[in-house]
Write a protein that binds this ligand. Sequence first.
Ligand code: GLY
Ligand code: MN
Ligand code: MN
Length: 421
Amino acid sequence: MGPGAVAILRGARLATRSRDTEFPFRQDSDFWYLTGFDHPDATAVLRTDGGPEFTLFVEPRDPAMETWTGYRPGVEGAVADFGADEAHPSDELLAKLPQLLRKARRVYHVLGCDVALDAKLVATLDEMRLRSRTHDEPAEAIVDPRTIIHEMRLWKEPEEIDCMRRAAEISGEAHADAARLAWPGAFEYELQAALEHTFRRRGANGPAYTSIVGGGRNATVLHYVRNDQKLGEDELVLIDAGCELSGYASDVTRTYPVGGRFTGAGREVYEVVLAAQEAALAKCRPGETLTSVHDAAVKALTEGLTALGLLEGDPVELVAREAYKKFYMHSTSHWLGLDVHDVGSYRDGDDPRKLAPGIAFTVEPGLYIAEDAEVDTRFRGIGVRIEDDVVITADGHENLNTAIPKAPDDLEALVREGEPA
Ligand code: GLY
Ligand code: MN
Ligand code: MN
């Protein structure tokens, strides 16, 4: 932040789900990263202007309310358990703002999230300007703190990677539990229930994003979340589901053969995606970029599509004119961390950012052949994605999901473990 700065960081508030019910509370990722404070309606003030370095504004203790909604740390707990230098009730924030900003040269604040706070901030600075002949000058800039915080979040520390490893382990167990249910006649939501049962049973918060369980043609919808159809014979079922543990997301996709048997076109498409994922993973090392990871996947997918007769022509030329996009319309990777599509710049100036130890991301090539695609009918309605989470190391990468099978024979064996009696 540099000297003379004050940062005002708002935590998440409860969001109404319907009438007087609320969504489960999920702390704002930036707030969680900086404070570890997991209760609604808190604000952190960080200062380099000589004032207390870390102040928390929190909901105060309230025995009557806590009977309904549970324990709150309150101002005492904010200091004793969360390391704040001082703490105040949330509803004193606006009134204390002029005092907090007296010496600030720059204010770090996210505009547009809290209109009352925005208005008070602007009014406070205006008032200071009017009185600057006899009082302190107002801050000269309101700066978005997310540039700094998101750069910090991009680089995972060993403790964070450890959390992500444990999230991956739980997600792996959940995938196995769901895969064993992938038999004709089962509903997609039964597999979803198995996944999410294991997430919670193993202590994760729940899914890191809405679980995707798409059988047959539903696998060609990238973010299919209805999960309400029955699995059929000779289909594939695409499961994209990962848990959130201590705030950290895992994001894993496997495509399983329903009934434990990869047949015909399903197996052929699967093997193309698997080869593409292996080619992409081989690029996951320091000095490469997500662009080179994506390019490796696209090259392998295009070669495979050509071999299957789904594209015709010279693969190099097909890549150049992006012919694969009809069957592969998303990118291969995104950063991963406290958010499933995590923060941090993908660029370094005009260039793609170079991968370096501590950066975590997904590798998730797929092929999605629409039901009405003008291709050999046996390929229509097939969707396959294979997604792993990796962290760059000094000499390559650590794949967090190696415990989850992806070789076709291993997937068949896993599903067959659940053969109905
Ligand atoms: N589950 C969302 C994604 O893979 O990006
Ligand atoms: Mn992903
Ligand atoms: Mn995913």
